[in-house]
Design a protein around this ligand. Sequence first.
Ligand SMILES: Cc1cc2nc3c(=O)[nH]c(=O)nc-3n(C[C@H](O)[C@H](O)[C@H](O)COP(=O)(O)OP(=O)(O)OC[C@H]3O[C@@H](n4cnc5c(N)ncnc54)[C@H](O)[C@@H]3O)c2cc1C
Length: 449
Amino acid sequence: MHTLFHSSVYDDTRPVESYWEAGAPPPPDGLRPLEAEESCDVAVIGGGYTGLSAALHLARDHGVDVRVLEAGHIGWGASGRNGGFCCLPASKLSIQAMIARYGLDETKRFYAAQLDGIDLVRALGEDEGIDYGRRGDGNLTVAHGPGRFRELEEEAEALTRLFGIETTLYGRDQFAEVGYDSSEQFGALHTAAGFALDPLKFAVGLGRAAQRRGAVLHPHSRVLDWQRAQGRHRLVTAGGSLAARRVVVATNGFTREGLHPAFDGRVLPALSNIVTTRPLTGDELAAQKWRTENPICNTRQLLFYYRLLPDRSFLFGARGDTTGRPEDGARMKAWIVRRLGAVFPHWRDVTISHFWRGLVCFTRDLTPAVGRLEDDPGVWYAYGYHANGVNTAPWTGRALARLVVGAESEESALPAVMAGPARRFPFAALRPWYLRGAWLYYRMTDDLR
Ligand SMILES: Cc1cc2nc3c(=O)[nH]c(=O)nc-3n(C[C@H](O)[C@H](O)[C@H](O)COP(=O)(O)OP(=O)(O)OC[C@H]3O[C@@H](n4cnc5c(N)ncnc54)[C@H](O)[C@@H]3O)c2cc1C
């Protein structure tokens, strides 16, 4: 199996060193790596939101004998280290482009599923007793240039008219009173859907819930080989093997080429970076007129995403490099700290407490891909959330559980927008170059403010 980025990006023996890890809840009790020849009905590969939600719903709602094989600790991948924005949408298609490709009804179905995903996160917290530190009452998008407010007006109009989502627009001065002020703030859109959370607490909480409901979780159990024996799948790890009648692939951006030929060349992982500052003082917050707990993205294609954390540390995220080499990561860290200081000049010299990065997952279609393999019908999958998996991955995990037990058909469970597989990339080995080209193009167009 091989990887698109430098091996250090996939090294699950190293700590993630995120802000979230520093306050991590204890892992579920009594977990152990796979250490023998074992078997189950459904094996899930990947212990992030997709895999854990699939396992939780399979065990809780359908009484299935299910196990999860995770290469690192539970939530080691994107799920335990993201920005914690529970928001929408999990696609890079504009609303108009989505309607042109899938029609209005399927676009509405997709947005309804996205809202359902937000409700599911809320319900999982309540039903399974997961305290994931919910904050805020929606999501904000900020115009990063004077010419960008018009985009927000169009988006607000479409979100409300087509999908019934409540929105509020703020001009620059108005937003400076309720949100913040900055040289890259030219008005904002509040979408009354979603909230902020602690992603690792949510991942570990999902793991605990899945375990309590009967799923067996094996951390530090990377699937190294996928064999067939007597009509069953046999997933081989360093310590043992797991025979299963059915398999759910939930490896998303961390999918390695060669895990199963059906996934080769279909995902486009990309690095996303985050820095956090030390807790800001009241005076420092006042200097930027910071007043909101809602998570914020700006209108850049290569967007900046940021939020104030419960202890008043500030989280600032942006795209990463395209190699994954540690030295390029260090350069990106310096760049992102400079950008933080440019957008929020009063916080320019504030100490950075943490820097980390991880893989988000794009597809050629710019939409998620969920379904069952046509040529290997004992295998189901979900991937490609376009850096918007906090609400989407738990939702696709539940959808996969229903598909695996046959409680729903793909047509009834999935909006056409999400029905997989994603098309393969042509000349798939060139994917890092595609990313480089896209980043360059976006960098140029983003600066047309
Ligand atoms: C820095 C960053 C910031 C982000 N911010 C946000 C945000 O604010 N809001 C939002 O909605 N989304 C965000 N995302 C995206 C979001 O985190 C993901 O879409 C989501 O977590 C995907 O969940 P998942 O379970 O499908 O994949 P992951 O959480 O990535 O889990 C996949 C797991 O598969 C495991 N794995 C891979 N191969 C194997 C194997 N062979 N054997 C066993 N295990 C294997 C990996 O170790 C990994 O833990 C962000 C992502 C990153 C990296």
